[in-house]
Write a protein of this length. Structure first.
Lengths: 118, 107
């Protein structure tokens, strides 16, 4: 069974940093691309970042230069390093598996809440 | 960036009804279009990929159509568990933008 479990969320002050993790199981993690997506309070889903199986990356303009996606295939883990956090980064952050052959996102984690507040 | 516009933004319907949500892309995306369902406090659920193909385990009451710039999601025989927010997403070009969502409520 495919499972994605996010962790690392919490309360952080504006300007601070946080590193989110996503532990993958039930599939060969190294073969798959992954995404980060967030849902801010009262807003819709927002795509943030993508990493291919070979670690090619893409970012939304809203996080480019502040967030860094990475992966450790030996640990079956995906990461999102978030720096220079702002109040509008407050959201539930989801990792999701992406099928590069045209299948889009198929599996999602349960999400981890990040709150940016002083 | 490609803009995705869903309509309507909200929709009231009754149990047993059939509803259709539309999603328009600001430029052609072929069939690189997905639909998701999200309930409050829950992770999104993947419904459709490739504009019209059902994800594994998704019931056939959900159907998708369209290509290019105009797409639809139809949900037939609405049941209480279908009332949720639905999102489209294009994955033709980065960034993989979502529509703003359509909230489907019980009438």
């Amino acid at each position: 069974e495919v499972q994605l479990v996010e962790s690392g969320g919490g309360l952080v002050r504006p300007g601070g940093s946080l590193r989110l993790s996503c532990a993958a199981s039930g599939f060969t993690f190294s073969n798959y691309a992954m995404n980060w997506v967030r849902l801010a309070p009262g807003k819709g889903l927002e795509w943030l970042s993508y990493i291919s199986s070979s670690s090619t990356t893409y970012y939304a303009d809203s996080v480019k230069g502040r967030f860094t996606i990475s992966r450790d295939n030996a640990k079956n883990s995906l990461y999102l390093q978030m720096n220079s956090l702002r109040a509008d980064d407050t959201a539930v952050y989801y990792c999701a598996r992406f099928l590069t052959w045209g299948g889009g996102v198929d599996y999602w984690g349960q999400g981890t809440l990040v709150t940016v507040s002083s | 960036d490609i803009q995705m516009t869903q309509s309507p933004s909200s929709l009231s319907a009754s149990v047993g009804d059939r509803v259709t949500i539309t999603c328009r892309a600001s430029q052609g995306i072929s069939n690189y279009l997905a639909w998701f369902q999200q309930k409050p406090g829950k992770a999104p659920k993947s419904l459709i990929y490739g504009a019209s193909s059902l994800q594994s385990g998704v019931p056939s009451k959900f159907s998708g159509g369209g290509s290019g710039t105009d797409f639809t999601l139809t949900v037939s025989s609405l049941q209480p568990e279908d009332f949720a927010t639905y999102y489209c997403q294009q994955y033709s070009t980065y960034p993989h933008t979502f529509g703003q969502g359509t909230k489907l409520e019980i009438k």
